[in-house]
Design a protein around this ligand. Structure first.
Ligand SMILES: *Cc1c(COP(=O)(O)O)cnc(C)c1O
Length: 365
């Protein structure tokens, strides 16, 4: 650290130099995060000094968090949904499994998750000291084979998970079948809809994946993905609000006597941002955005297919995957574990951006 600081202009120009090295959003097809909505940015700045880790000091901001959870819960067909705003899908998944572990004390706990499960489940298993069993895909698909899942369950299984909008292919597991399995064994059923939670409800014919399905105990939904909030904002939604109590630890010297969250000090700014977007857009606004993302996905697929690229799956959500092939330089496209090209068609991916990309693809031939 220097002895004497610099001027505001100097600081901002220093930062701008670093920021210029980041990849601009109009080149990014590889991210599930996007440019925050302008109303989220305004709310973020407004709430920048709030700390939800000490909610007694910020009862107004804490009320926003409760409303965010309630609104997302009702979107996902919950009644009196509990939960809280997390730092993202990783924390939500960890905390959901932590609840399951408290509910089902056993010497050697295990969880059974789909092969598509996000790597946050590896962290969860490691941190909680539980075994993670991977249920394979259905033949020729990227959704979980529920029969194989059933075979992996034993008396030490504390939870099963389904993914609604997989990170790699955007496909949706058969949540009714997975939850039926959980009910049969009387264990926790977690649905990881970090990405899909704000997409699937706005598709033309949404499949059942949420609290409308009996036996779904908890859902992960990330406003910092399709919710266009500022980063970091995830949510953990619980069918039974009381299950949060299983996470409680004593929190002396704060305004609340117990703490349920994983992090201590935690921002209210992103929570206000997420809530602002929901109030601003409403269901109609989200439907319009998701419809636009789906149109761009179909345009990308038809354009790529015209050049001979082959899709891995017919897109279910705003995510397209192609068999390995050359793509133009300067664009950020990710690869799945199987080596497929993966395009996430987020709200910052405009039609113009897709056309520019396709034009560059055409010049490869
Ligand atoms: C993104 C994602 C996560 C992890 O969320 P973070 O916000 O990055 O912690 C978990 N599960 C799924 C399905 C995801 O898409």
């Amino acid at each position: 650290m220097d002895e004497i600081g610099c001027s505001r202009e100097e600081v901002l120009s220093l930062l701008a130099g670093y920021r210029a090295r980041d990849v601009p959003h109009n080149r990014i097809f590889s991210s599930m995060c996007t440019v925050p909505h302008q109303v989220a940015l305004a709310a973020h700045e407004f709430f920048a000094s709030t700390n939800l880790g000490d909610p007694g000091l910020y009862p107004g901001t804490a009320e926003i968090e409760r409303r965010l959870i309630a609104e997302l819960g009702s979107l996902l067909h919950g009644t009196s949904t509990g939960g809280y705003a997390t730092s993202g899908g990783t924390e939500s998944n960890l905390q959901a499994i932590r609840i399951a572990k408290k509910l089902h004390p056993t010497e050697k706990p295990n969880i059974v998750v789909p092969a598509s499960a996000h790597f946050s489940f590896d962290k969860t298993a490691d941190i909680l000291g539980i075994e993670m069993r991977l249920a394979p895909y259905r033949e020729g698909e990227y959704t979980v084979d529920v029969d194989s899942m059933a075979e992996l369950i034993d008396k030490n299984t504390i939870a099963v998970a389904a993914v609604a909008g997989t990170t790699e292919y955007g496909v949706i597991d058969d949540v009714p079948k997975v939850s039926a399995l959980a009910r049969e064994h009387n264990i926790w059923c977690h649905v990881d809809a970090a990405f899909g939670g704000l997409v699937i409800p706005f598709l033309k014919n949404p499949v059942p994946f949420d609290f409308a399905v009996d036996g779904v105990s908890s859902i992960t939904l990330d406003p910092h993905k399709m919710g266009m909030s500022t980063i970091p904002c995830g949510t953990l939604l619980l069918r039974e609000p009381e299950h949060m109590n299983l996470l409680a630890v004593d929190s002396p010297y704060l305004t609340m006597k117990t703490s349920f969250t994983l992090t201590g000090t935690r921002p209210g700014a992103d929570v206000a941002g997420a809530y602002a977007v929901i109030k601003y857009l409403g269901r109609a606004g989200f439907r319009e955005i998701v419809t636009g993302c789906m149109e761009n996905t179909r345009r990308l697929v038809s354009g790529m297919e015209a050049f001979g690229y082959k899709t891995v799956i017919n897109p279910v959500m705003n995510l397209a995957a192609f068999h390995p092939a050359e793509i133009p330089k300067g664009w950020k496209v990710s690869k799945t574990r199987a080596g497929h090209l993966r395009f996430v068609m987020m709200p910052h991916v405009t039609r113009d951006m897709v056309e520019t990309f396709l034009l560059e693809v055409s010049s490869l031939f």
